[in-house]
Design a protein around this ligand. Sequence first.
Ligand SMILES: Nc1ncnc2c1ncn2[C@@H]1O[C@H](COP(=O)(O)OP(=O)(O)OP(=O)(O)O)[C@@H](O)[C@H]1O
Length: 278
Amino acid sequence: MQSPVVTQPPLLKVTELCWSVGNTTILQNIAFAIKPGQFVGLLGPNGAGKSSLLRCLYRYSRPGSGEVTFAGQNIWQLSADEYAKQVSVVLQETPSQFNLSLYDVVSLGLTPHKSLFSSTTKADKQIILQAIEQVGLSHHCKQSFDSLSGGEKQRALIARSIVQGPKLLIMDEPTSHLDIKYQIQLMELAKSLNVTVLASFHDLNLAASMCDELLVIKQGKLVATGTPEQVITEKMLSDVFGVCAEVSAHPQSEQLKKVIPRITYFYGYQGGSANAKK
Ligand SMILES: Nc1ncnc2c1ncn2[C@@H]1O[C@H](COP(=O)(O)OP(=O)(O)OP(=O)(O)O)[C@@H](O)[C@H]1O
């Protein structure tokens, strides 16, 4: 007997989301769903609306219309603490942490789980130190957060997310200030956490190699969704990003048993026509 196909309910579902500032529409009818365990990349040119969309998902901005549900519940019906226990956010710009040490910043991940006057237990300390070790920053524990390098700061924020123990990790261009080694390391670290991840990227090759699914937005509209192989095409790169490029298979595709698109950009072509190089 054939077993029935069980479709996994989405962890995050966005339905017909619109968001405007005054009379200007920034996001238009955005709809997608993310299943538990997926690593999803959000792509789009400058000003396309990536940060605006992510802000609607981590409850910083309230959509003008449409709905965002997390595990079936409208996110605006959950308390801020309830949502923070389940969804963690890492942003590209880190506001000053007013001389808090790295340890203190990572310990803030416990805040949604604690009542106002409860103190940090031995078990909590263990969790914090373990997370700091996991991101390779044990020897910086007492250093002030503000004095860490950009890459160390981003890793510290991932440690804070580990402590928070979210089901969903939202990252808005977390690698934008990092050198290539740290970019790869940070994304591999996020992947190793086994939580659902939604991250915006500017490096399309990095997104293609890390993500299970990609979402592409252009001028506030979702214009492509699917696996990297489905989404990263010469036509999409030309239509959405205005660049001329060739897409081939990454040499590790065979070894990793999945097609990882690899983009080679061509220079000196205005308008990004996919045929310009031919
Ligand atoms: N609070 C706001 N007030 C006015 N305009 C805004 C506001 N927030 C976003 N915008 C506009 O919305 C558009 C999308 O911005 P957003 O920051 O979401 O884009 P993005 O895709 O993240 O861009 P980038 O890749 O450059 O970071 C931009 O034109 C921006 O100027």
